[in-house]
Every structure is written in C-alpha cells, then in structure tokens.
Write a protein that binds this ligand. Structure first.
Ligand SMILES: Nc1ncnc2c1ncn2[C@@H]1O[C@H](COP(=O)(O)OP(=O)(O)OP(=O)(O)O)[C@@H](O)[C@H]1O
Ligand SMILES: [Mg+2]
Length: 263
C-alpha cells in the first residue's frame, strides 16, 4: 500500500494527499483515470475533490474546477471555510475555478448534433474545457447537474459523456466527477437509467461517500473505494470525517461497525 502522504503525480500515479485515502490503494490513482465521486446530499463530495485539488496545487500541479452549481465566489467562500486559500493558486495560474451553465452545454450539443448529424465528430473542447488552460487534474461538480440540463434527451447526454471521457483520456487528465446518488444502493449505477449506468461503465473508478445513520440516532460519514480499474485496493467501508478548519480525514483502519444504515 502507498506509504507517501503528500499529494503528487509520479510514475503514472496520482496521490490525493488525503493520507487515509491514498493508503487504501496499492499505488494511487492511475494518471488519466476518470473517477466518479458518488454520494448523497451533503455527504462531502465537493470537499473531497476540493481538498485533492488544493493539495495538488500545493505541489505545483494545475487544477481546473468546473462547477455547474455554485458561483465562483461561493466556491471560494467554501474553500475559505475549510481553511484553504485559493487566491495565491489562482494568481500564479495553478488553479482555474470556472462556472459553466449546463443548459448552454445542452443547447450547444443539440446544435452541433443537428448541424453535423455526425455525432461522433463532436469535439467537446470548444464547449467545455477552456483552451488556454491545460490541467493535470479536473473536478467536475457535478455530472448530476449536467444530466438534468439534458432533461429528456438522454441520448444526447450519453454522447456528450462519451466525448467528455474520451477527451480527458486522450489528454491524460485525471478527473474526479461528482455524481449525486439518491440512495446508496444506486452507487455505481446512477439513478438506475441506462444512460447513467453508461457513465459508470465509462469511469475507471468509483469512490462512494455515505451518510451513516446509527441505531442510537447519531449520524456519521463513511467512504469506500468501490472500483478502481486495473488496481488493487482495500475493500472496506471506513470512517470519513469532516472537521472545520481541517477538512476531510479518512481513517482507513476504522471500519464502521455496530448497527447502522447507509443513507
Ligand atoms: N466548518 C465546518 N465544520 C464541519 N463540517 C462542516 C463545516 N462546513 C461544512 N461542513 C459539513 O460539510 C458538508 C458539506 O460537504 P460538501 O459540500 O462537500 O458536500 P456535498 O456532498 O458536495 O454536498 P451537496 O450535495 O450539497 O453538493 C456539509 O454537509 C456540512 O455538514
Ligand atoms: Mg457539492
């Protein structure tokens, strides 16, 4: 298992710098992988991604944070609350926080499709990834928002996802793609529709974060690595803590026990 505790990209693997998480993998996350970060509302998906992003900026890696939900200034506030200051990284060009309108994307895809009628030739780059910035790591918050903008047009969403995954892979960009799951039994399947399942198959890994309800009425959080293509990793559901000023702590040796429900 990984011994190093700092974030980085070397020998074809990415380390998040979240010690507990890195220790659960033999080598780290293969560079160029697309990892789904799944979990219920408020479980800590955005925070896990932000923390990884900040850790990578600290070692000089370029990070693109694509938000389809909150405005840039709200995201900066969010980061401050957890004790991260994005200002310096943004100033020296390591961090780009960018908000996108998912409806604009859905409309562009529709226009491209009807114009070309050659779905497979669509290039997502002009639609999505800013051309002037070449990131090592991309966070997408969230696929759920993109999916809802394609309401009723699941086929287009699927084409768009295929293009996006292909783009990230061909540029060797490691990505964390957040997906909200309404129910822990949906982890790895999306909301159950065929198109969302396609996203699970396209992804190289899945990290699940759970809201835990214990029998005594208290709540906690837990996480597991659900899938990591081609790699060996610890298969267990372990404690996931969020602390103000400190952010995420994952305790890989603390498997959740007792009577509980994952919600
Ligand atoms: N200062 C703090 N100290 C401890 N916990 C905090 C603090 N600030 C926020 N939190 C917790 O962190 C959680 C937010 O985590 P995060 O925004 O990463 O969740 P998420 O899964 O992305 O949520 P959403 O579904 O809203 O996108 C909140 O639910 C809150 O309980
Ligand atoms: Mg979030």
């Amino acid at each position: 298992m990984v011994k190093q505790t700092t974030a980085g990209i070397s020998n074809g693997y990415l380390l998040t710098g979240i010690p507990g998480l890195d220790k659960m993998m033999d080598h780290g996350i293969p560079v160029g992988s697309a990892i789904l970060i799944e979990g219920g509302p408020g479980s800590g998906k955005t925070l896990l991604c932000l923390q990884t992003g900040v850790n990578l900026c600290q070692v000089g890696k370029k990070v693109l944070y694509m938000s389809f939900e909150e405005r840039e200034d709200r995201l900066r506030d969010h980061m401050h609350q957890f004790g991260f200051d994005p200002t310096e990284f943004e100033k020296n060009g390591l961090l780009l926080i960018k908000r996108f309108n998912a409806l604009d994307i859905a409309r562009s895809v529709e226009a491209l499709l009807s114009e070309a009628k050659k779905e497979l030739l669509i290039d997502v780059q002009p639609v999505l990834i800013p051309t002037e910035f070449t990131p090592d790591f991309v966070l997408i918050d969230s696929l759920t928002s993109i999916s809802s903008a394609f309401s009723g047009e699941k086929y287009r969403f699927r084409i768009y996802m295929e293009q996006l995954f292909r783009y990230l892979e061909s540029h060797n960009i490691t990505s964390f793609l957040i997906r909200e799951s309404a129910n822990p039994t949906h982890i790895g399947k999306g909301s159950g529709s065929d198109n969302e399942e396609a996203v699970s198959f396209l992804s190289d890994g899945i990290i699940a974060i759970y809201n835990v309800l214990y029998e005594n009425g208290t709540r906690g959080r837990a996480m597991e690595i659900f899938k990591l293509r081609g790699e060996n990793f610890d298969r267990k559901v372990v404690e996931y803590l969020i602390e103000g000023g400190k952010g995420v702590t994952i305790n890989p040796d603390t498997v959740i026990t007792g009577k509980y429900q994952l919600t």
